[in-house]
Design a protein around this ligand. Structure first.
Ligand code: PLP
Length: 403
């Protein structure tokens, strides 16, 4: 699959000049599948970007900043009003006290925050434990830092996907430098429950590990659930780097404005790497994101309620088609098992789907070290207009899905 990805995408023939640390890293599956969607005109339930805009007042705030002379470099750690807004957000939702002067850094999306955290904390040969299936930038970032990846497994249960606690205890040892956690979790939709959070904190404290938590879906949780930051557990505040972003929260994925929060010492480690990656980004968008955090959290509540309905629509449709969805607790995504129709390989299914049904989905095996574990799983995004989801389902209903 890794090679297949590269053959299907850009970069053919550059193999011999590519730096060794990137040779095992395929081009992101999203590029491959989104170009397939464009080429075939299929409905794209692959890449997780919303097809509705975020709040108009936030766009107006960006326009004001663009017209108001805020077009030169922002300070390296971010504009003060955004750092202050992030600190107030953490206090208001989670009771976390942060000094915006040295405990908050604005980044080019969560993606840069993750890269800066790993590059700032991991030496070549250090072990980095990561929950499998993982968001694909984790793999690339760990490889660029020269880290050694250890997968912590998840299991499908009657209660959705759950963290495999034995695998967590095996994967996190005294050799582990960083444990990279994502909750709410893409692509499984799992939101770590109380026992899982306690187990993560226990191994992290026992082995003195830094925990980097990707919380970009913190507000997109369903059925009355609450996201609980790992940094609020006993012993965790001093070892946790938390990452979030305006992309998923406010439906501005193209803005790439994210942030890192945590204890000043760890945030300084992240900043040490971040200043040499982008130094700073999106100066006129940063005040607009501050405005969003201060004034548009009502939008986010509405968004979560709408997404819950869309999740239900897509899950019901996939279940009716016997595509065996696992109901997610949060995020934009649902995983489904396509083996029912003879597709042992979700990659093959996803490659056939645009032609069979005019729909694009993502093979989840791209997010597994152990490709066999995820081979039969396919990820569908439901952050799309209801009419788009209905269209996709109706095309799937009309298609021959037998292998
Ligand atoms: C979308 C996503 C990101 C990337 O966030 P940006 O702010 O767009 O860089 C990071 N982690 C996960 C789990 C995501 O789904």
């Amino acid at each position: 699959m890794r090679l297949a990805g590269r053959e299907a995408g850009y970069g053919r023939g550059m193999e011999d000049r590519l730096a060794k640390r990137l040779r095992d890293v395929p081009p992101t599956i999203f590029t491959v599948m989104s170009s397939l969607a464009v080429r075939t005109g299929a409905v794209n339930l692959g890449q997780g970007f919303p097809d509705q805009e975020g709040p108009p007042s936030v766009i107006e705030s960006a326009v004001t900043a663009l017209r108001g002379g805020r077009n030169q470099y922002a300070p390296g750690p971010g504009v003060p009003e955004l750092r202050e807004a992030v600190a107030r957000h953490q206090q208001k939702y989670y009771g976390i006290d942060l000094d915006p002067a040295d405990q908050v850094v604005v980044t080019a999306g969560a993606t840069e925050a993750i890269a800066a955290a790993v590059l700032g904390l991991v030496d070549p040969g250090d072990e980095v434990a990561v929950i499998e299936p993982y968001y694909d930038s984790y793999l690339a970032t760990i490889a660029m830092a020269g880290g050694v990846r250890r997968a912590v497994r998840t299991r499908r249960t009657d209660d959705g996907f759950r963290l495999d606690l034995d695998s967590l205890r095996d994967g996190v040892t005294d050799r582990t430098k960083v444990l990279l956690v994502n909750t709410p979790h893409n692509p499984t939709g799992m939101v770590l429950d109380e026992a899982e959070r306690a187990a993560v904190a226990e191994v992290a404290v026992r082995h003195d590990v830094v925990v980097v938590v990707d919380e970009v879906y913190e507000h997109l949780v369903y059925d009355g659930r609450q996201h609980v930051p790992l940094s609020t557990l006993p012993g965790m505040a001093e070892r946790t780097v938390s990452i979030s972003s305006a992309g998923k929260t406010f439906s501005f994925t193209g803005w790439k404005v994210g942030w890192v929060t945590g204890p000043a010492g760890l945030v300084a480690n992240v900043m040490a790497a971040k200043q040499w990656l982008t130094f700073t980004n999106a100066a006129p968008l940063q005040p607009a994101v501050a405005h969003a955090l201060e004034h548009e959290m009502g939008y986010v509540e509405g968004l979560a309620a709408q997404l819950q309905d869309k999740r239900d629509l897509l899950c019901a449709g996939l279940a009716e088609l016997e595509l065996d969805p696992v109901r997610p607790e949060g995020t934009y995504f649902v995983l489904s098992d396509v083996s029912r129709f003879g597709w042992a390989d979700g990659m093959e299914f996803c490659q056939a789907l645009p032609e069979r049904a005019g729909v694009v989905a993502i093979p989840a095996q791209a997010f597994y070290d152990d490709v066999d574990t995820g081979r039969h799983l396919v990820r569908w995004a439901f952050c799309k207009e209801t009419a788009v989801l209905e269209q996709a389902l109706s095309q799937l209903r009309g298609a021959d899905l037998e292998r």
